[in-house]
Write a protein that binds this ligand. Structure first.
Ligand SMILES: Cc1cc2nc3c(=O)[nH]c(=O)nc-3n(C[C@H](O)[C@H](O)[C@H](O)COP(=O)(O)O)c2cc1C
Length: 207
């Protein structure tokens, strides 16, 4: 009886560990058909404590390789959500391009640049505007991606295309931020935002 209980306990423990491992992992089930040709950079701005856009940037980087840079403000927005709303609204309305920190390598050295932003007031966040204005994007391929709170990409793709008219823009990706973070932090697989979402999109655009 005792040995039966021990074996039963062990089996239950293994089952729990296996289940937890499956749920916890965000391992993709799809695979990438084609790597992008040329030198690749993934660059993103991410502000909220959940770092939704950073998570998606890392999913993209895991697939396409190359380098990954974070856009950081010299004077970051406030940690308070209410104040960020006000500060960024002010910058947005006035077309202010806040100062951002320099990168270790010039983004102009890359051929294909994935640019990620949270959707703020229906478009990209002001520090991403600073990044877009920092370089002449002639001959580059720009691929936008964003995370949002339920409102979708808004005019982010069109605004990014207008900010770098000399670049070729590919189809963007918009992921709902709360679903990204549910997937990664709370281990829920009930949401469609996952590395597979990124791979399916990359397979569409990188033919
Ligand atoms: C200043 C501000 C403005 C926002 N505006 C929008 C919006 O217009 N539409 C939307 O769907 N979500 C909006 N959100 C929600 C963010 O886009 C969403 O939480 C995003 O995933 C945050 O990404 P991050 O974690 O990388 O900062 C806004 C959030 C902030 C702080």
């Amino acid at each position: 009886m005792k040995i039966f209980l021990i074996l039963f306990g062990l089996a239950a423990l293994l089952g729990i560990l296996f289940f937890y491992g499956c749920v916890r992992s965000s391992a993709p089930t799809l695979s990438l058909n084609n790597k992008p040709a040329g030198k690749v950079l993934v660059v993103y701005y991410s502000q909220s404590p959940n770092q939704n856009t950073k998570i998606v940037a890392e999913w993209i980087h895991q697939q396409v390789g190359g380098d990954i840079f974070e856009i950081e403000m010299v004077t970051p927005y406030s940690d308070s959500y209410r104040q960020v709303l006000e500060e960024s609204k002010r910058d947005n309305a006035a077309g202010i391009k806040p100062e951002i920190k320099p990168f270790k390598q010039d983004p102009a050295d890359y051929d294909i640049i994935f640019i990620g932003s949270p959707v703020w007031y229906g478009t990209y966040a002001p520090p991403v505007g600073s990044f877009l204005a920092s370089t002449d994007w002639s001959g580059k391929i720009i691929v936008p991606f964003c995370t949002h709170g339920g409102g979708g990409a808004g005019t982010l793709y069109a605004d990014m295309a207008a900010a770098c008219p000399k670049a070729t823009m590919l189809e963007g990706l918009a992921a709902r931020g709360s679903n990204v973070v549910e997937r990664v932090l709370r281990r829920s697989t009930a949401h469609k935002e996952s590395p597979d979402l990124v791979i399916a999109w990359l397979n569409r655009i990188l033919e």
